[in-house]
Design a protein. Sequence first.
Length: 319
Amino acid sequence: MKKTASTSIQHFVIGAACLSLTSLSFSEEVATSPSSTEVPTAVTTEPTTTPATNTTPVITSPTTTIKKSTPVRTVSAATAAAAKKAAARSALSQKAAPSKLAIKATLGFSSKTGNTESDAYTGRIEAEDTIGKTILYGLGEGNYAESQTINDAGVSETSQTEANAKLNLDVKQRFNGFFVFGDTILFHDEPAGIDLRAITSTGIGTFLADTEKFKFSIETGLAYVIERTDANDDYLALRFAERIDYRISEAVSAWERAEMTPEAQDFSNYLLSYELGIDSAISKTISFGLMMKVDYDAQPVEGTKKTDTVIGATVSFSI
């Protein structure tokens, strides 16, 4: 009986242990597995296409996003406006330069007393214009002088010592490094016995210096001279000329010009004209100056002098 009871107790203990192990294993499986009341949530990702300005579509997949873009150069309104202005300036620079017309009127007067009494008057107007590469120049001037003397009988006599007029038209067409010119001078001098002297010339020249402050040009060519005096004379001649314009300061400027016209077949017969002057501005339009002019004729009309010289003070008005 005792043996049977002992065996039953052993079997009971072994069964209890097995039951405990089975319960422990079951509880661990319940802890690690999803609850029977939870419903798993399905996650779905739909492909989308995102439009972008100046780019290709963006393709999105559930696992990978691939973005393909092409760089596009955008131009803002300010950049476009600046480019338009630059193009306009470039177009203007290719056109001819605007006109630079300058007009200058000069008046001069001198009076002398003593052994003789004389009055002299000078009037002069100049116009110069630059249009692109073309330089236009025009000059018109007149000089008049008279003197009073006492003759042997004690009577006052008035004589005309100077009365001349000059018109000069000149055109220069500039090229790279040189220019071609055409020039015409008409001259009348009553005391010198010259009813008319016309000189028409053409040739080439160059600017040895050409800045806003200093200009120096020389030129040479052929000329044809027509003279109407007591003995009319027409002949072919050469022409040599130079001109200097120098701006000493903002208010003071000086100039110098020389021109020589010798007869082609007789160099002893020539005409020479020289001019030198200085101006000092007292305002934008008014200036005072001094001027000297010398005209020389190597073979003058019989009974007249070779040289005429004018020196005087002037007042100029610029436009």
